[in-house]
Design a protein around this ligand. Sequence first.
Ligand SMILES: NC(=O)C1=CN([C@@H]2O[C@H](COP(=O)(O)OP(=O)(O)OC[C@H]3O[C@@H](n4cnc5c(N)ncnc54)[C@H](OP(=O)(O)O)[C@@H]3O)[C@@H](O)[C@H]2O)C=CC1
Ligand SMILES: O=C1O[C@H](COP(=O)(O)O)[C@@H](O)[C@H](O)[C@H]1O
Length: 606
Amino acid sequence: MAALYSTRCCSYSSVRSSPPPQSYPYSPSPSKLGSPHCLTFTSSASKRFLAAKVSLKSQSDSQLNALHMQPQDAAAVANATPVKSDTPLQRLKDEILSVTSSKESEGSVNVDGDGNESTVSITVVGASGDLAKKKIFPALFALYYEDCLPKHFTIYGYARSKMTDAELRNMVSKTLTCRIDKRENCNVKMDEFLGRCFYHPGQYDSQENFAELDKKLKEHEVGRISNRLFYLSIPPNIFVDAVKCASTSASSANGWTRVIVEKPFGRDSESSAALTKSLKQYLTEDQIFRIDHYLGKELVENLSVLRFSNLIFEPLWSRQYIRNVQLIFSEDFGTEGRGGYFDHYGIIRDIMQNHLLQILALFAMETPVSLDAEDIRNEKVKVLRSMRPIQLEDVVIGQYKSHTKGNVKYPAYTDDKTVPKDSLTPTFAAAALFIDNARWDGVPFLMKAGKALHTKRAEIRVQFRHVPGNLYNRNFGTDLDRATNELVIRVQPDEAIYLKINNKVPGLGMKLDRSNLNLHYAARYSKEIPDAYERLLLDAIEGERRLFIRSDELDAAWSLFTPVLKELEETKINPEYYPYGSRGPVGAHYLAARYGVRWGDLAIEQ
Ligand SMILES: NC(=O)C1=CN([C@@H]2O[C@H](COP(=O)(O)OP(=O)(O)OC[C@H]3O[C@@H](n4cnc5c(N)ncnc54)[C@H](OP(=O)(O)O)[C@@H]3O)[C@@H](O)[C@H]2O)C=CC1
Ligand SMILES: O=C1O[C@H](COP(=O)(O)O)[C@@H](O)[C@H](O)[C@H]1O
């Protein structure tokens, strides 16, 4: 369960610009801020308290509300002299006590019921690789810098490459950066952090090597309750071997063991189901944290806040007012260096089936019962399962070709040595999707994703319907589309949420223009936005599953895309070639036009 305002006590939560409202169940006292110990209390106890309060709500709303409970009050209730068992107060007490004790071994507690301290060991499997260097170690350092990691933690790198601890530290140190807005003691913190990083060389399919790792982890855990997180930052063909060895030879004996799995989770329904089945031989669903790093991005996380905590959006969030929704991803670089991987997957599997579809599900879901991970994921699955099968004619694919600009020659996709010269793999795709439910019936959700385009951007564009009988129609000439409102959620770069409205240009005449009501993050918030991997790693440590993909979500996502992917591949559809650095194939415009849509990112004023 997660709260709208972070319950985390580490300064990570300082991203918010104003304090939580008084009615929120827990505001950390200043003395707790920054203390690694309080991670336990804020994230676990207040969540459990909320769970207890929510489940009791139906019994006696007014009486419970009258209690004005805070976690400290909850603790007081829990310690109070027993009262008659049928009163709301006693029931609340029972609930708090039972929820607190039942899942203790699961949460990121630092102290168990008997006062024993626990420790978290994080093993980055594939530590010598690109993702580990680029994202995982820097994110772990950022969490350490922000005092978000538990007091007792150890980080192990594991890979086949021969490296000493010192060499790993040297490698990692080159990738660490300080926050732009927080540099105080950064070098000291870096040294401290590196001192907690170790390396163990080993094969991914060797029980023996993982048993050696286990031995080393135990030395660091010095008898404390051991919680272990394995991050699989390795190619997918070795996921199962690594999971088998980690779970049988290096899982925790007395705490939790969790495994973060990176995408790709298969390449179609069958391979994904096979992967899930294999993983579940060694892990329960609760132990598997399938990462989609787009879910950790600030503005994606904010989608629910925008929808469910502002009166003005949710009433408009349906076919009645929304004409179309656009999910746009573009990168201004190609697949250079990753061609081998990419050619096996293509842009639909790389971006659409996961990142864009996840955003779509969050955007379109019904109001969840609560912010609990299962409630949110239940609603997302419903959306995915309500989606109409994608028709081949609703998909456009493209591949970038070489282009010379000035004196620079940009390569074609197939110029990459690891890509077959005759590859038809799409580096661009656009698709029209539909959700056949009461809320979204008939509303096109247009997706567009591409590599080697003119810009790097990820955004959600919501185009609203025309104002019926608009008194000012004549001010817009024949182009009524220009008069419709558009909400843009710019996920990256330069995060922003802006709403295009019609406005009178000041003056004696009646001239209208379109202006933006603009929430520009850089202007509004002085804090640096944490990288998605920071949020996701912290959630995995805390056992928060809301931003990870459940297996039924994954199945539903693959069921939607597998048939059309198969059709594209079996019929060997030729991609439309577009120059490196361009806006992509014109076919995307024809596709949009078929549904009366104009891509929002083409407008002059964006
Ligand atoms: N890089 C990125 O930006 C992203 C990556 N991912 C996913 O994250 C995972 C890791 O990505 P990335 O770091 O780029 O991967 P790498 O190709 O860099 O591989 C990671 C490590 O795995 C080992 N390895 C590589 N190939 C093999 C092989 N064929 N057999 C056994 N071991 C191998 C290597 O370590 P050693 O030789 O030392 O054992 C390597 O350093 C992958 O699943 C990828 O799809 C997801 C999103 C983005
Ligand atoms: O998962 C992936 O994401 C990256 C884009 O991530 P971003 O956070 O930099 O926007 C993409 O380049 C890569 O192809 C894909 O596998």
